[in-house]
Design a protein around this ligand. Structure first.
Ligand code: FES
Ligand code: FES
Length: 194
């Protein structure tokens, strides 16, 4: 047994584990996080995909000890603390990008990793980026639509944030100018009154 310490879905973990324990089994059996599924155990299907330090990895291919000191995120950890879904989760729901749902957590996590690397992928890049994730229900058409929808939502959210930051800067610059005009005017008023 050996002790590993790392963060899972924002929570610090410290567990004694067998050195041969695969990350997917650790997540499912030790942490009780069942979103990452085991579809093949041979790195073929992507059902076990999670994020490790922000990049998507197949957790059936990684030993738990390899995650030591890092940060693991599963589909359970994607939504905001108040329950608001991640944009990728919302897009999968809106575009009906799931049928039986077995591949879905892995597809979602692979999509989050893909958009972190390439925020504005083309349809071809989406298909290539997700080629390591298989859907046995063959619902690829809606999955690709969901990924493109999530990319576009994230891009407009980022543009909105930039615009409001710029507006905030302009407003505070204008307020600063007004304040300095007012103080100059009052200084001039003081001199005129002497
Ligand atoms: S279970 Fe990991 S790739 Fe299939
Ligand atoms: S939705 Fe059934 S395997 Fe993908």
């Amino acid at each position: 047994m050996m002790r590993v310490e790392f963060t899972v879905n924002g929570q610090q973990r410290s567990d004694d584990i067998e050195p041969r324990l695969l990350l997917v089994h650790y997540l499912r059996e030790t942490c009780g996080l069942r979103a990452a599924n085991v579809g093949c155990d041979t790195t073929s299907c992507g059902a076990c995909t999670v994020l490790f330090n922000g990049s998507s990895v197949k957790s059936c291919t990684m030993l738990t000890v390899q995650a030591a000191g890092g940060e693991v995120t599963t589909a359970e950890g994607l939504a905001a603390p108040d329950g608001e879904l991640h944009p990728v989760q919302r897009a999968f729901r809106q575009e009906h990008a799931l049928q039986c749902g077995f591949c879905t957590p892995g597809m979602v996590m692979a999509t989050v990793g893909l958009l972190a690397e390439n925020p504005e992928p083309t349809e071809q890049q989406v298909r290539e980026g997700l080629e390591g994730n298989l859907c046995r229900c063959t619902g690829y058409h809606n999955i690709v639509r969901a990924v493109l929808a999530a990319a576009s939502e994230q891009a407009s959210a980022a543009a909105g944030e930039q615009a409001s930051a710029a507006a905030g800067e302009q407003a505070s610059a204008a307020a600063g100018e007004q304040a300095s005009v007012a103080s100059a005017a009052s200084a001039a008023g003081g001199r005129a009154g002497r």
